[in-house]
Design a protein around this ligand. Structure first.
Ligand SMILES: [Mg+2]
Length: 373
């Protein structure tokens, strides 16, 4: 029996520098300090702290399984402490994603986003951690479809006998709070029928069909649905395993060679182009965007993130590469086209999504001035 290792990626916007722009150093320091302590206490085996725009990302590798209260508490306490610091510094949106005050054993439903995966380690276990800012979980539907179901994108679906039989997708209906599992290639059209509706149906998990090997896990939260009003977009994260009978690293990245539109961007109220960037550019500027995504590559080995000679986890900053220059250029071009349309749909989200924003307050004021036509 191989070793069981858990990868937990928990993230939260606890306050940012100069608007909804970037996580500042003092908050990173708190995260580093707390995760270092958790490692010294033997709670976790490895960690990596990073950011995607204004979201503080805690990647933790341990052997305590998914939804472990102690692991979640480390994250919760870290976000609380960082939010307190953000408040002191009068950073923007201090503690904005922390919707509850008392911790109840699991950060799900309390504001932070979570992607967790318990795996049996293979001979070698490469993973890619994706984190996006200024968008929501449905923004991962398209690349997940391409990676695990589109034979025109993932060559392995056609030529790797270990992938024969395809992959199973768990799709969450975020409105009715129900889920369904669809198997590709048999149910590929039905899958597209569902997950093409990115604002409602979201891919939450993917397994290899022939042996139920877990391949991908995404965070699915609707902060607006939890809080009942707009309080920042539920910027998503996901973990994807690569190689050895799963899509190769390059097959996981190829869907990001072109930009595509996602919901989010300014005030979580617009369609905007997703821009793959290296960590150094994981910060939102123009119209609070364009929405950014980072991809970090790691090796999971013996219950840890494989580390270098200095003892630090080895991280590959995968979008920090000229191969994604075209997508970045496309993102700027699409951004410019959409912004020329200002507040006219479809640049702005449809009326149903705008319900969770401050727009209804504006419309309310006009109500009494309407006369029968
Ligand atoms: Mg954010």
């Amino acid at each position: 029996m191989s070793r069981k290792t858990t990868i937990s990626l928990i993230k939260c916007d606890v306050g940012s520098l100069a608007g909804h722009h970037v996580v500042p150093e003092p908050l990173f320091d708190i995260a580093e300090k707390n995760l270092k302590k958790a490692k010294e206490e033997g709670l976790i085996n490895s960690y990596y702290v990073f950011n995607a725009g204004d979201d503080l990302q805690l990647l933790m590798v341990h052997e305590r399984g998914e939804s472990n209260p102690e692991i979640h508490k480390v994250a919760w306490d870290t976000f609380q402490e960082a939010a307190k610091k953000a408040l002191e510094l009068k950073l923007y949106g201090a503690g904005q994603d922390l919707l509850k005050t008392a911790f109840s054993g699991n950060v799900r439903g309390m504001g932070p986003g979570v992607a967790e995966m318990e795996i049996e380690e293979r001979g070698s276990d490469p993973i890619v951690v994706f984190a996006a800012d200024k968008t929501s979980a449905g923004g991962f539907n398209l690349p997940l479809f391409r990676i695990f179901a589109d034979p025109m994108s993932t060559a392995g679906l056609v030529i790797d006998p270990d992938m024969a039989g395809g992959f199973k997708f768990e799709v969450l209906d975020t409105i009715e709070n129900k889920k369904i599992v669809l198997k590709c290639p048999e149910e590929i059209y039905e899958l597209i029928a569902l997950i093409g509706t990115v604002q409602r149906y979201v891919v939450s998990r993917v397994w290899r069909a022939r042996d139920d090997l877990i391949c991908a896990v995404g965070s699915v939260t609707r902060l607006s649905k939890i809080a009942g009003k707009y309080i920042g977009k539920d910027d998503p994260v996901m973990i994807v395993r690569a190689q050895h009978g799963l899509p190769a690293l390059g097959e996981i990245l190829v869907p990001f060679m072109h930009s595509y539109l996602v919901e989010g961007w300014m005030r979580g109220s617009h369609w905007g182009p997703l821009m793959p960037v290296g960590i150094k550019n994981a910060k939102c500027t123009v119209f609070d965007g364009p929405p950014r995504i980072v991809a970090l590559g790691f090796q999971v080995a013996n219950g840890k993130i494989a580390s270098g000679n200095d003892g630090k986890p080895m991280m590959a900053d995968l979008f920090d590469d000229p191969a994604f220059d075209m997508a970045r250029r496309e993102a700027v071009e699409y951004a410019s086209m959409l912004r020329r349309m200002g507040e006219f749909e479809p640049a702005r989200l449809g009326v149903e999504e705008m319900e969770y924003t401050t727009l209804p307050q504006i419309l309310e004021k006009l109500k009494e001035h309407f006369k029968p036509a």
